[in-house]
Design a protein around this ligand. Structure first.
Ligand SMILES: Nc1ncnc2c1ncn2[C@@H]1O[C@H](COP(=O)(O)OP(=O)(O)O)[C@@H](O)[C@H]1O
Ligand SMILES: CC(=O)N[C@@H](CCC(=O)OP(=O)(O)O)C(=O)O
Length: 286
């Protein structure tokens, strides 16, 4: 590349970042990377670039990833149909094995490899590693769906102090070695609380929590935790959005200052969110 081909950095833009860098310096930023936001390779690259940049700028990003659509596709390949109850996948033994393979074996490894390629240390952990997520059965009707009991935040903090970006798969384990499939949104909330993360960002495949206004669907920019149950009862919030908003509500009730649901399909949506007070998605507050 010749000197004239090189793009100039805009110093004014960098200076404008100072208040945000100050706000988030050495702070844990919990990022939930939903399976539906893993749309294509270019977008995945941009999400990883944003996270790597946060790390180089002195923040402590922690990733908890999903992968629901990939689990569904893999199950279809072996002739198994998926059933969901209020956004949770009914999980028999075979579904459990496939979920673990896809989440820990495929998606986490891919994310770790991508992060490492930028010179940042990253480590993939499933909830069973180092007692990271201790869980029990949520409801016998859902099979091996887990309810989180404890999070080993000490392990995550140790990794952060050694400059790793942890990439966590939402698999839990009980004292007898039984593994459970945990909704990644639920896990995100619990981990954010335990790490005392000031910020939790949920990357999904929609602009935010939507509500119809006349003929149009519009983003609800701010949603109070007390409104959530009404939205669910009225059928405004359905499917996968139910565990998402419930998890976000738990976070804000338990000390997380800002929880955002944002559109992971937009280019560099994470950086836009962190470095601006103009939020485009939904903020959940208490
Ligand atoms: N009120 C709502 N606003 C936005 N999305 C909603 C709403 N109700 C249901 N949904 C559905 O929830 C989906 C997001 O949840 P989910 O598919 O589990 O995402 P992810 O894979 O990111 O966790 C949206 O794509 C949409 O289909
Ligand atoms: C119990 C349960 O529903 N587990 C989820 C775990 C993955 C997940 O949550 O992925 P997304 O964030 O992409 O939806 C599942 O099996 O789909």
């Amino acid at each position: 590349m010749s000197r004239t081909d090189q793009k100039k950095v805009n110093p004014e833009m960098l200076v404008e970042m100072i208040p945000f860098l100050r706000r988030y310096h050495k702070k844990v930023i919990l990022i939930k990377y939903g399976g539906n936001a893993m749309v294509n390779d270019e977008l995945k690259k941009q999400v990883i670039e944003d996270i790597v940049l946060m790390k180089y700028m002195g923040m402590y990003p922690v990733i908890i990833h999903g992968g629901g659509p990939e689990i569904t596709s893999m199950l279809e390949l072996i002739g198994k149909k998926s059933t969901f109850v209020e956004g949770l996948r009914v999980t028999d033994k075979e579904t459990m094995i496939v979920s673990e393979m896809v989440l820990s074996g495929k998606i986490a490894k891919d994310l770790v490899a991508r992060i490492s390629s930028y010179g940042i240390k990253s480590i993939g952990l499933s909830g069973q590693d180092g007692g990271l997520i201790v869980a029990g059965q949520k409801n016998p009707e859902l099979g091996y769906v887990g309810e989180i009991k404890t999070i080993n935040s000490e392990l995550i903090n140790k990794l952060l102090s050694e400059d790793f970006i942890p990439v966590i798969s939402s698999i839990g384990c009980d004292e007898d070695g039984n593994r459970y499939n945990i909704n990644a949104d639920e896990a995100a909330g619990k981990i954010a609380i335990e790490l005392k993360a000031p910020v939790q960002i949920m990357l999904t495949n929609i602009e935010g929590v939507m509500k119809s206004q006349g003929d149009e669907m519009k983003v609800i920019p701010r949603m109070n935790v007390n409104e959530i149950d009404d939205y669910i009862e009225e059928g405004i919030i359905t499917g996968g959005m139910i565990p998402k908003v419930k998890g976000c509500a738990e976070s804000v009730k338990n000390g997380v200052e800002r929880v955002y649901i944002i559109d992971g399909r937009k280019s560099h949506s994470l950086l836009s969110e962190i470095f601006s007070d103009l939020h485009e998605g939904t903020i959940i507050y208490q």
